[in-house]
Ligand binder design. Structure first.
Ligand code: FAD
Length: 307
């Protein structure tokens, strides 16, 4: 019996989750707890980010490989160009392939340390993600996704430039994109419209929205660092109202409001035909599963034939 999210017409809407490479043994144990919890919920795929400049490379490759061989989940490995020559990137793709990984999210990555700092290409590396998409596709039968940016990438001079280069990445062989997280669904809808208007063929490829349930005011800071944008004032006002005016924030109220905001966004995205909902989990299952429950996950069951 599979449980699922459904839109108003009864179509199943899959969800997926993002994990981060753990830094130590305790972090690895926490990740595996989340993995096992999500495994019971049948996400369409799980993605594993790649530490800036490959700082956690060996552990990341090992654990992503274990997700492929020791769970029922479909792992998608993030691959970034930062600090790697093309030869190293090819060898990294080979390591993933050896561990049974055929799905890669191909990214340029940010400079280590300061994501907004000056970008320097590795002397024997690639300048932009589209080149890496071509390299990966030439290496074999990989399914490739890329990043998209509802408010434009922070280095793009304007949205037109941003959309043109997203279309170029898709044309280079990517099959879908996953967005940077956002907190205003209008930004996602406008991105979708822009890509379709610029290139109807590439615009037909799935744009998977990325959501992060806010669970504390500290997570707001983390979210803003990750997406390089401040939260919309209306969202921030809701969280601050929940936090209250006492010096100690009302943690339970902020968490409840954050889950509610993510639920409302997810519901609107489902109504607007999003192909999948991708959740940033920070290696915890609880907040994402609460949002899924609010959306009716578990209320619908589909009988599947058992051979
Ligand atoms: P690109 O597509 O190369 O774009 C970079 C900039 O260059 C953009 O402004 C683009 O418009 C412009 N551009 C592209 N091509 C050209 C061209 N030919 N000429 C001129 N300008 C061009 N980072 C990590 O380090 N590890 C991760 O695991 C990770 N996961 C992520 C997952 C998602 C879903 C997202 C949205 C981002 C992720 N990032 C990750 C962050 C990402 O690496 C950065 O945002 C990075 O700055 C941009 O990567 P990109 O692949 O979009 O780059």
């Amino acid at each position: 019996v599979a449980q699922s999210l459904r839109d108003r017409t009864g179509h199943e809407v899959p969800f997926s989750v993002e994990f981060n490479p753990p830094r130590d043994a305790a972090g690895e144990a926490r990740l595996w707890r989340a993995v096992r919890q999500f495994e019971r919920m049948h996400p369409a795929f799980v993605s594993m980010t790649y530490g800036a400049g490959g700082s956690t490379k060996d552990r990341t490759v090992r654990i992503t490989g274990e997700l492929a061989t020791e769970t029922t989940l479909l792992p998608v490995a993030h691959l970034t160009a930062v600090g790697h020559s093309i030869a190293e990137l090819r060898s990294l793709v080979g390591s993933y392939a050896d561990s049974g990984i055929r799905n890669l999210l191909v990214l340029r990555g940010d400079p280590p340390g300061d994501p907004l700092g000056e970008w320097h290409k590795h002397p024997s590396g690639v300048e932009y993600a589209d080149e890496l998409v071509r390299i990966v596709r030439d290496l074999g039968d990989f399914h490739v996704g890329v990043a998209s940016f509802p408010q434009g990438h922070h280095r793009s001079p304007d949205l037109d430039h941003d959309t043109r280069h997203l279309a170029a990445k898709l044309r280079a062989g990517a099959e879908y994109s996953i967005t940077q997280m956002f907190f205003d669904v209008e930004h996602y809808l406008r991105l979708r419209d822009r890509v379709v208007a610029m290139d109807p063929v590439e615009g037909a490829k799935p744009i998977i929205p990325e959501l992060m349930p806010i669970t504390s005011l500290r997570t707001v800071q983390r979210a803003e660092e990750l997406c390089g944008r401040t939260l919309p004032p209306a969202v921030m006002a809701r969280l601050q109202r929940a936090a209250g005016t006492a010096p100690e924030e009302d943690r339970a109220a902020v968490r409840a409001e954050g889950i509610q905001i993510a639920t409302e966004m997810a519901q609107r995205l489902i109504d607007e035909g999003a192909p999948c909902l991708h959740f940033i989990t920070l290696n915890f299952a609880k907040a994402t599963s609460e949002v899924l429950t609010n959306l009716g996950y578990g209320a619908h069951t589909t009988a599947t034939a058992v051979a």
